[in-house]
Design a binder for this molecule. Sequence first.
Ligand SMILES: [Zn+2]
Length: 123
Amino acid sequence: MPTPKQMEKMAPGVRRIVHPKPGLAPDDDLPSEYWQALLDDPRAEARPASLSGGTLRLSQIPRHVLRVGCRRCARVVEIQKLDAARLYGPDALWKDVGQRLLDNTCTQRTGRYEEDGCWPVFE
Ligand SMILES: [Zn+2]
């Protein structure tokens, strides 16, 4: 067992790695082999940021249910892709839609402009 003093030293690093993400399980719509293939892809690190989840347009996402989580209040918001496309248009960026969904219901209001609102985690 680490001593309390060692725990104190470790704590900041531990907090950065462990995110409370209840409900952020892999989407049931996709087989696990799909995710494994993504993880195993040696080019994954080199992919341009524009291909990461949040920057896709709704019409480009191959899933029926979209899910966005908040790193601050640990909520997860789900929306049917059809509903999202109806509300925001099929060309809307998922990160914009997700941010709006979170902002509508976020409980973390500090009153400070830079800190207010949710910190989205896109799948
Ligand atoms: Zn939030």
